[in-house]
Design a protein around this ligand. Structure first.
Ligand code: ZN
Length: 67
């Protein structure tokens, strides 16, 4: 279970999804999908899905950015 300490902010991912950035009690920062972009084809990006900043973008995401 993820324990959120506080909200840090929010930002858009390169795929177009909008995420909230949160600090957890263990000191890590996580991002949670707030709003899925209809153009995003990363099927893991469901609303409420937790991602972590600093993840290397996949090849498919890089192609998407250039499109
Ligand atoms: Zn996405």
């Amino acid at each position: 279970m993820l324990r959120i300490l506080r909200v840090v902010g929010s930002r858009s991912l390169t795929c177009g999804c909008f995420v909230g950035v949160y600090e957890t009690y263990d000191g890590a920062t996580v991002e949670i999908i707030e709003e899925r972009d209809p153009r995003c084809f990363d099927r893991s990006h469901d609303e409420g899905h937790v991602t972590r900043p600093g993840q290397r973008p996949t090849e498919r995401q890089r192609e998407h950015v250039g499109a």
